[in-house]
Design a protein around this ligand. Sequence first.
Ligand SMILES: Cc1cc2nc3c(=O)[nH]c(=O)nc-3n(C[C@H](O)[C@H](O)[C@H](O)COP(=O)(O)OP(=O)(O)OC[C@H]3O[C@@H](n4cnc5c(N)ncnc54)[C@H](O)[C@@H]3O)c2cc1C
Length: 453
Amino acid sequence: MHESLRAALAEQLADPARVITAPAVVERLSKDFYWYSPVLKRQLEGKAGDIVVQPINEQEVLAIARYARQHNVPITVRGAGTGNYGQCIPLAGGIVLDLSLMDQLEGITPGGVAICQPGLRLAPLEQEAVKQGWEMRMYPSTLAKATVGGFLGGGSGGIGSIAHGMLRDFDNVRALDVVTLEAEPRVVRHEGAAVHDVLHCWGTNGIFTRIWLALTPAVAWSQFTAAFDTFDQAFGFAQEVAAEDAWTKRLVTVFEWPIHSFFTPLKQIVADGKALVVIMIATAQLPDLRAAAERAKGQVTFTGPYQGPRTQPLLSDYTWNHTTLWAIKADPRWTYIQAGFSPSHCREQFRLLRERFGNELLWHIEFMKNGEGAVVPGSIPLVYFQSEERLNEIIAYCREIGVFIANPHVNYLEDSGRYRFDNIQLKTKQIYDPRGLLNPGKMISFARKDDES
Ligand SMILES: Cc1cc2nc3c(=O)[nH]c(=O)nc-3n(C[C@H](O)[C@H](O)[C@H](O)COP(=O)(O)OP(=O)(O)OC[C@H]3O[C@@H](n4cnc5c(N)ncnc54)[C@H](O)[C@@H]3O)c2cc1C
């Protein structure tokens, strides 16, 4: 069966070598960072596609879509495979559509919109944008590896979200060209509000082939850390910097001890037993920030210029969901949840959670702007894994006390925090993928109609 599939798919491409059947490669390109979750690790261990196809342009994507539709072959799209929820792990075999060779930056408009193919990695986009006086509005801490298509398909925000919100906010994504799996696959352009029909859908309702992503004027940034005796002091200082518009910042993170004891390369920066604040600040404001931290009884432990993705140490490599990676390296029992605390009641929420779960939960707070422009404390708390039941108990209690949870221990869109309950993503799937061939099983509210044979 693989040989006939291989031969048929090879006919759709200019170079048949871009159809891959070597089991080890197919297996590798069927995986992502699902193992961050002990629950998903168990669930998804043996799952893989049957074959990998690496198109280099939209025509080839269309040809593969046509073939898959005619022969009922599932397609799971893949960028760099850094997603956490098993987003790009095929549940029903079929084609892994690896878009990493579609990596062209077509250009940056005079108004600061990058036009690119989906497989473009974020680091080269950021580097080229800076050369032209722009920079990314936000990027995940996986900047070095992740692709633009994967970020829009499975990510949400990151460094920069403190100023520009998440991907879904403030027209950050201007337009997307999407290949459908209709009876006759076609390319449809989604612009303005219509990007939300397909944004963050895990490749379940269309394949992005061209992306218009808004940038922002480049700033000269510096990295800054300060240690505080207590988490409360550190949080208070970070919250003030985060909320005050006069500070030009790209990242404001607070770690409670002992999280940063896991950051072995940062030994010189971390003060034992103290809470740590990490900030990316406009270089022009660095002296003022230092003075403000000292007034707040913080001890500045590091400052240095940010010179792009290759900066060493690159402090963003310890924030957002990279924190979990460092914790797992220190002890594989650590896992995580994704939480949004209340800006006004977060201290009370921290207290309630600490009372109930003790040090089974550890906080690092990444401040971000929400869609209404308010600065809110987001967090990807570390959780010391006991059992799936205990994890569900923690999630249920968070929700009970008003902490928003995007559950990273499920393998479907609906409970992972970005599902649209106006159902526009589902409606789009019903039109673009009526046979349910795109990443089957990941949008569980979708049911194929009986007459879609
Ligand atoms: C250490 C670590 C830190 C992380 N930090 C962050 C963070 O700060 N912020 C954040 O938002 N995420 C974060 N993530 C999650 C992940 O890195 C981001 O979501 C990243 O943007 C995914 O990019 P990718 O190219 O690896 O996508 P992939 O994992 O390849 O794909 C992600 C999803 O998008 C779909 N997809 C890929 N390409 C397309 C396309 N062309 N059309 C349609 N669908 C497509 C895939 O099918 C899959 O469902 C982190 C993950 C790790 C492991």
